[in-house]
Design a protein around this ligand. Structure first.
Ligand SMILES: Nc1ncnc2c1ncn2[C@@H]1O[C@H](COP(=O)(O)OP(=O)(O)O)[C@@H](O)[C@H]1O
Ligand SMILES: [Mg+2]
Length: 239
């Protein structure tokens, strides 16, 4: 479970203070698929980075499974991240000269030796993301959609509590984007994988159970699929 309380973040640029997050409170439950949607520059990526312990807030707190991320030092946060969180980015961020298999195994290497159980997990994941037969192919020879599949497998290889995805379909055509979103949804439904996905695309957000609408550093609205006005709300957005 993710719990964010009174979270603020400001950046100093020259003489100027930029207040990016202005007091964010949110709770994300285990097994939820949540989309954070909002216009460019509204602070979505900043919020996701803080949830993932990639950066520290100016004030407020973030707990993941009751562990206070904001109180950990850099080293502790790095270890926590590696073991409990998975990240997927818009530009895939694979190691281009490594193979599919090597990219997926990378987080395990960073944490120790590959054991038999890891090998099994890697084999299963490759098949689940639909890349059977591509194990030995170099990442830079793959299509964008295939690269994102590798990135998703890599993010899940340590069975993270939360998968954090920042515009995972931002570089993909609609049909390929849809494949990737369906893949994320499958992991969510089949393995109860908690997913927090940042997007500016209502189509992508429509795959989530709950949409957190973000604007100018604050949560403007939260809408859940089970809410009465969900369909109307989505239709308005599409219009
Ligand atoms: N490291 C940084 N230093 C200064 N300003 C930043 C930094 N990161 C983000 N910002 C600013 O914070 C605001 C929100 O950025 P971001 O979280 O990336 O928004 P979004 O993901 O919603 O597009 C933007 O105005 C951006 O310029
Ligand atoms: Mg962003």
């Amino acid at each position: 479970m993710i719990r964010v309380n009174h979270l603020t973040k400001e950046y100093i640029q020259g003489q100027e203070k930029i207040q990016v997050l202005k007091g964010v409170n949110v709770q994300i439950n285990e097994g939820e698929f949540v989309a954070i949607m909002g216009p460019s520059g509204s602070g979505k990526s900043t919020l996701l980075q803080l949830m993932g312990g990639l950066d520290l807030p100016t004030s407020g707190d973030i707990q993941i499974n009751q562990q206070p991320l904001h109180e950990m030092n850099e080293k502790k946060r790095t270890i926590f991240r590696r073991r409990h969180l998975g990240f997927v980015f818009q530009n895939y961020q694979l190691l281009p000269t490594l193979t599919v298999e090597e990219n997926i195994a990378f987080p395990i290497h960073a944490d120790g030796k590959i054991k038999k159980k890891h090998q099994q997990s890697i084999t299963n994941l490759i098949s689940e993301v639909g890349l059977k037969g591509f194990e030995k192919k170099r990442a830079n020879l793959l299509s964008g959609g295939q690269q994102q599949r590798v990135a998703i497998a890599r993010a899940l290889v340590n069975h993270p509590s939360v998968l954090l995805a920042d515009e995972p379909t931002g570089n993909l055509d609609r049909t390929i984007a849809e494949d990737i979103l369906r893949l994320l949804l499958t992991f969510n439904r089949k393995h109860n994988q908690t997913i927090v996905m940042v997007t500016h695309d209502i189509f992508a957000a429509g795959f989530a159970d709950r949409i957190i609408l973000f604007r100018d550093g604050v949560i403007e609205k939260v809408i859940a699929r089970k809410d009465e006005d969900y369909a109307k709300y989505m239709a308005n957005f599409m219009a």
